[in-house]
Design a protein around this ligand. Structure first.
Ligand SMILES: C[S@@+](CC[C@H](N)C(=O)[O-])C[C@H]1O[C@@H](n2cnc3c(N)ncnc32)[C@H](O)[C@@H]1O
Length: 129
């Protein structure tokens, strides 16, 4: 909603049709439905085909098999933002990134900011022009 309200064309995916339905409802409520497309997609099948993007946001979903495809989907100068649960400050658990995992996965990009604390890990990185 935040990105769309700032004029970006947004494409959101999740495997859950319930989540997709809620996202569509929210977009209508915020008056940004015309700039949003939400689709039920199973990312176990890989990243769906699509154009290069200026921003790829991956929030609270982690599958290392998608790392290369996510990097490859960025337009020159495009931003990658990833936020996941982390072992750092929380301990190991399913879907918790291990220490340094996001840096190892995306450190080939120009890293603008990153962190690991209190059970969360995040990275914001840019593809070179
Ligand atoms: C912790 S929730 C985060 C939801 C949302 N991204 C957010 O930040 O509020 C994890 C999400 O991953 C989705 N998910 C789980 N497995 C998936 C898959 N194979 N493909 C796509 N989405 C999946 C779930 O449906 C769930 O909505």
């Amino acid at each position: 909603m935040w990105l769309a309200s700032r004029g970006m064309e947004v494409w959101g995916v999740d495997v859950s049709p319930v989540a997709i339905g809620l996202a569509r409802e929210l977009a209508s409520r915020y008056g940004v439905a015309d700039r949003c497309r939400f689709e039920a997609v199973d990312l176990d099948d890989g990243l769906p085909e699509g154009p290069l993007v200026d921003l790829l946001l991956c929030h609270l979903f982690r599958d290392h098999r998608l790392d290369e495809a996510m990097i490859g989907r960025l337009a020159p100068g495009g931003l990658l933002a990833v936020v996941v649960r982390s072992e750092v400050g929380a301990g190991p658990a399913p879907f918790h990134a291990r220490p340094g995992e996001l840096r190892d996965a995306f450190g080939g990009l120009d890293v603008l900011t990153e962190g690991e604390d209190e059970g969360m890990a995040w990275i914001l990185a840019r593809r070179s022009m």
